[in-house]
Design a protein. Structure first.
Length: 156
């Protein structure tokens, strides 16, 4: 991109703050951004009692798995959108977030959510003028693949 490093770093920090601190549900889940750029993103959540879905097996709730995959898919799609908006002001870029939303989400649960923490990562499959499609994965602390997903997002 033609933007300088300071502008890029500031933009990344703003997006991180929005996705992790400003969205109450994401904050409740305890998400932390591990890496973020225009091509991919990673977030981490620590396993906590409040996130358990099966109290006997003490595994991650399926809704948490789905939510984390949705967040990482949306974050990845949004970063790709920002890359296409080179030259626009920070305000214009962040204004697009208000119109941004999930259209469709598919999650395949592959294994029970066991682990000390989980890492979700996303990559973009395709970005058009109105929608973006992403692929997401959720791994545990032992790098075991727990779930995969595909998300479609409105980027109008």
């Amino acid at each position: 991109m033609g933007e300088n490093i300071a502008d890029f770093d500031e933009l990344i920090q703003q997006v991180e703050t929005i996705f992790v601190e400003k969205i109450p549900f994401n904050k409740l889940l305890g998400m932390h951004v591990e890496s973020l750029d225009f091509e991919s993103a990673k977030v981490k959540i620590e396993m906590r009692e409040e996130l358990i879905g099966n109290f006997i097996q003490k595994t991650l709730h399926g809704g948490v798995t789905s939510s984390v995959l949705d967040v990482i898919g949306g974050l990845t799609a949004f970063m790709t959108l920002l890359k296409k908006m080179e030259g626009a002001s920070s305000e214009e870029k962040l204004e697009r977030l208000a119109k941004f939303g999930t259209i469709d989400l598919r999650v395949d649960y592959l294994r029970p959510g066991r682990g000390k923490y989980f890492i979700a990562q996303g990559s973009v499959l395709r970005t058009g003028k109105k929608i973006a499609v992403t692929r997401m994965e959720l791994h545990n602390d032992e790098k075991v693949l727990i779930a995969v997903g595909t998300g479609t997002y409105a980027v109008v």
